[in-house]
Design a protein around this ligand. Structure first.
Ligand SMILES: NC(=O)c1ccc[n+]([C@@H]2O[C@H](COP(=O)([O-])OP(=O)(O)OC[C@H]3O[C@@H](n4cnc5c(N)ncnc54)[C@H](O)[C@@H]3O)[C@@H](O)[C@H]2O)c1
Length: 371
């Protein structure tokens, strides 16, 4: 793991929230040599947060990403408190990661306005709330941005940075540089939109997949096998927009002409989702969702979900593409490069590309599709 941030001017950060994502953000900072104060609602909340950090760091150590020494120093650099005056006093940057509720987040930012250093950068992890609303209690909103990490942040590189009207260009720049030093790949949205970029793309896929299940076209397992054996691996090597170009825009026009009218455009959560929730099927956490899950199945899923990211982190730095444009193809526009002619065996003449070998007959591990 890159240690560059040991030279970063950020020596102390505060993470507020001990749920799913807060401790994982703390782990990113701690394993890059930054002292972290973790803040929670009460002692039980803090205890859960400290345990999660310990679990994350043990996972990184077991994977050979941090040494025993680094893991020990990371844990020693963690403190925790429920007191805002104490918790944010030394922080050069604060990451808020509490429940997705605008009133709760505003109450946190009100406390930050009172207790944080006047030059501290203030970040929210919200997955969809407007940064403008969250920043409302701040006298100086120019230092606040949304930094949307992806789960688990200590493994997944992407952080979407969502600006708002008042965000100062220097604050935007500093946050982006800091995240890059942490080994993250910041992507700046040009403007605020619900779901940012990644979740809009994911949910477009989820909506269509649930529709195909509801319509009796495919089982959950069929959907997973289609993705895992086709565009899933493909999109870990080339971006979908690059791939889009490689197929030929005239082909997309033909396909969109007949396909778009048939795609799901449900404006609300779908029936299959609501029926499952009504029946208490909440997914891995309740033991049943679209699949039936055993606890070993959930563990196996977590380890499979993390394995690719662990492999990438273990590659010597500089060998993995971390750009948003890994191949160097330039977007069309004023400075677009002339494209190389495509050969007869290029993916352009075979839009489905080579079919990767099957990697799983039951992609959800021991999870079994439920009727
Ligand atoms: N879970 C994810 O995968 C994920 C990914 C990216 C971003 N996010 C965002 O990060 C934030 C936290 O998500 P999460 O999944 O960790 O949530 P969570 O529900 O697991 O977090 C709960 C934590 O929020 C804090 N909290 C709850 N109620 C509070 C209150 N009234 N006052 C102060 N603190 C309170 C507590 O520390 C609690 O442990 C959300 O904004 C979410 O949208 C989550």
């Amino acid at each position: 793991m890159n240690r560059r941030t040991e030279h970063s001017p950020v020596k102390h950060a505060t993470v507020i929230g001990c749920g799913m994502i807060g401790p994982d953000i703390a782990t990113v900072l701690l394993t890059h040599g930054i002292a972290v104060t973790l803040m929670g609602m009460d002692e039980n909340d803090l205890e859960a947060g400290r345990e999660a950090v310990q679990r994350d760091i043990s996972e990184l150590q077991a994977a050979g990403i941090v040494s025993e020494d680094q893991a020990g120093r990371a844990i020693e650099s963690l403190s925790s408190t429920t007191d805002y005056a104490e918790g944010v006093r030394d922080a050069e940057i604060v990451f808020e990661a509490v429940l997705e509720d605008v009133a709760i987040k505003q109450s946190i930012f009100q406390k930050l306005d009172r207790h944080a250093r006047s030059d501290a950068l203030l970040c929210s992890s919200t997955s969809g709330l407007s940064p403008h609303d969250i920043a409302e209690p701040l006298r100086d909103p120019s230092r606040m941005a949304v930094t949307h990490f992806w789960n688990p942040p200590y493994l997944v590189p992407l952080v979407e940075i969502v600006p708002h009207r008042a965000l100062a260009p220097e604050a935007r720049e500093t946050i982006g540089t800091f995240l890059t030093e942490l080994g993250k790949v910041p992507v700046f949205l040009k403007k605020d939109i619900a779901g940012h970029i990644g979740n809009r793309l994911q949910h477009a896929l989820y909506r269509e997949a649930l529709y195909l299940i509801e319509e009796g076209v495919a089982s959950p397992d069929d959907i997973d096998r289609v993705v895992l054996n086709s565009f899933g691996p493909r999109f870990s090597a080339v971006g979908p927009m690059e791939y889009f170009d490689s197929c030929g825009l005239d082909l997309h026009q033909k396909v969109q002409g007949y396909l778009y009218p048939t795609l799901c455009n449900a404006p609300e959560p779908q029936k299959i989702l609501l029926d499952n929730i009504e029946a208490g099927n909440l997914g891995t956490k309740s033991g049943r969702g679209l699949y039936a899950w055993s606890s070993s199945g959930s563990d196996e899923f977590r380890s499979r979900r993390n394995s690719r990211f662990i492999q990438k982190l273990k590659q010597p730095s500089g060998t993995e593409p971390t750009d948003t444009n890994p191949t160097g193809a330039e977007p069309s526009g004023t400075n677009a490069k002339a494209a190389e002619p495509e050969g007869p065996n290029s993916e352009a003449s075979n839009p489905e590309g080579p079919t990767p070998e099957a990697t799983a007959t039951n992609p959800a591990g021991t999870g079994q599709p439920t009727p």
